[in-house]
Design a protein around this ligand. Structure first.
Ligand code: ADP
Ligand code: MG
Length: 347
C-alpha cells in the first residue's frame, strides 16, 4: 500500500494535539474531527471539522478529505468508524474497538490467549450478586465508557450493591495488593513488525494517572514477560498503530494485564523528550505506512500530570533546560481534568 499524506484524526483533545505535532514533523497534513468546538487539537491541525460523531454527512465529508483515518480515544461509536472504513482505511481496525470498548469482552479476549488478568465476574443484574465472596473486597466497574476511575465502586460486602444503578452492566474485579503499575507502549506496523518501548512505571492518585517514569524499577523477567504479552496482544488484534497495555504487578511479583488502550497513551508522553522517537511519531509512521524507526531511550525521565486548577501554577513559569512543560490549551480548568504535563529528563 502507498504512503499517505493527509491523516484524519477523530477526537480533538491533547492526544490529538500531540499527534498533529508529530505529523507536522513528518510532513503529514492533519484534519481533526471532534464534537467539541473548543477542541484544543484544532490549534495544531491543518483543518478542523466540528460535528457530532453520528453526523453521517459530516463524517463522509471528513473521510473524503483525507487518505487514512485514526482516532485518539476508543469510545467512538463503532458504526461511525465502519462508515468511514467504507471510504478510507481506518487504523487501528474498528473491530478492535468492539472488543476493547467492553471490559468483559476485553478481559475474556486476554484470558483466552493465556494471559492473566485479575479474577472477575460479570455482574449484569441483581441475580449475579450470588457467590461473590472470592471477589471481595472488589472494584465494580462499568463494562463500557469508564475512564480515569469513572463508573467504579469499591465493594466490601453485598450491602454495597445497594447504591449501584443496574441500568449499566458491570464486572466485579478482585482488588489486588498492588506492588506496582506499569505500562508498555507498542507500535505495530502494517508489515506486522512491532517496536516496543521500555516499561513505564505509573503512579495513580484518585484513580487518575499522576506520574510516569522511566526506567521502571522492575526486574528483567517481569519486563520481558510484559513485552512478550504486548507483542502477542498486538499480533492477535492485527493491530496497526500505537497502543498501550496497562499492567498490575502484585506483591507476589505476579503480572496481570489491567487493560489495553487502542491509542497513544498518557503514560507515553515522556517518550516525546526521552526517546529518539515519540509514541506519537511511531503511530503516524505506522498508520501512514512510513518507515519504522526503533525507539531508543536517550534519558531517564519523569512525567507529572497537571490536573484542574493546578495548571495556573505552571503557566508563565521559567523552566530549566531539562524540563518540558506542555499546556493542553483547554478553555476551562475543571476538577480532575487533565490540563497539561511536565516532563523532566534526569541525567
Ligand atoms: P480506568 O479505565 O478508569 O483507567 P482502571 O481499571 O484502569 O480504570 O482503574 C484505574 C486505577 O484503579 C488503576 O490504575 C489502579 O490504580 C486502580 N485499580 C483498578 N482495578 C484494580 C484492582 N483490581 N486492584 C487494585 N487496584 C485497582
Ligand atoms: Mg486505566
Amino acid at each position: 500500500m502507498s504512503n499517505h499524506n493527509v491523516l484524519g484524526i477523530i477526537g480533538g483533545g491533547q492526544l490529538g494535539s500531540m499527534l498533529c505535532q508529530a505529523a507536522k514533523k513528518l510532513g503529514v497534513k492533519t484534519v481533526i474531527y471532534c464534537d467539541d468546538k473548543n477542541s484544543p487539537a484544532q490549534n495544531y491541525s491543518n483543518n478542523f471539522i466540528c460535528s457530532k460523531y453520528n453526523d453521517e454527512t459530516k463524517i463522509k465529508e471528513f473521510a473524503n478529505q483525507v487518505d487514512v483515518v485514526t482516532f485518539e480515544f476508543e469510545n467512538i461509536p463503532v458504526p461511525t468508524l465502519k462508515k468511514i472504513q467504507e471510504i478510507k482505511p481506518v487504523y487501528p481496525d474498528p473491530n478492535i474497538n468492539f472488543v476493547i470498548q467492553n471490559r468483559s469482552k476485553e478481559k475474556n479476549f486476554i484470558n483466552q490467549l493465556g494471559i492473566n488478568t485479575v479474577d472477575y465476574k460479570n455482574i449484569y443484574s441483581h441475580k449475579d450478586i450470588d457467590n461473590i465472596e472470592k471477589f471481595l473486597p472488589g472494584i465494580l466497574k462499568t463494562t463500557t465508557l469508564g475512564y480515569d476511575g469513572k463508573g467504579q465502586y469499591i465493594i466490601s460486602n453485598a450491602k454495597d450493591f445497594e447504591n449501584v444503578d443496574f441500568k449499566n452492566e458491570y464486572i466485579l474485579e478482585k482488588k489486588i495488593n498492588l506492588q506496582k503499575e506499569i505500562s508498555i507502549i507498542i507500535t505495530r506496523y502494517q508489515n506486522g513488525n512491532s517496536v516496543v518501548y521500555e516499561p513505564i512505571e505509573n503512579i495513580h492518585k484518585d484513580q487518575i494517572l499522576d506520574t510516569s517514569k522511566i526506567p521502571s524499577n522492575i526486574d528483567n523477567e517481569i519486563a520481558n514477560q510484559g513485552k512478550k504479552c504486548a507483542i502477542k496482544l498486538a499480533n492477535e488484534l492485527n493491530y496497526v498503530g500505537t497502543m498501550c497495555v496497562e499492567y498490575f504487578v502484585d506483591k507476589n511479583n505476579e503480572l496481570f494485564v489491567n487493560e489495553i488502550a487502542p491509542r497513544v497513551h498518557n503514560s507515553g508522553h515522556l517518550t516525546i523528550n526521552a526517546y529518539n522517537i515519540s509514541q506519537f511519531e511511531s503511530h503516524i509512521r505506522s498508520v501512514c505506512n512510513l518507515e519504522a524507526i526503533e525507539p531508543v531511550m536517550k534519558s531517564a525521565a519523569i512525567m507529572k500530570n497537571i490536573i484542574g486548577e493546578d495548571i495556573f501554577k505552571y503557566k508563565n513559569k521559567e523552566y530549566k533546560s531539562n524540563e518540558f512543560f506542555f499546556d493542553y490549551l483547554k478553555k476551562e480548568a475543571k476538577p480532575k481534568r487533565k490540563m497539561g504535563h511536565l516532563t523532566t529528563l534526569e541525567a
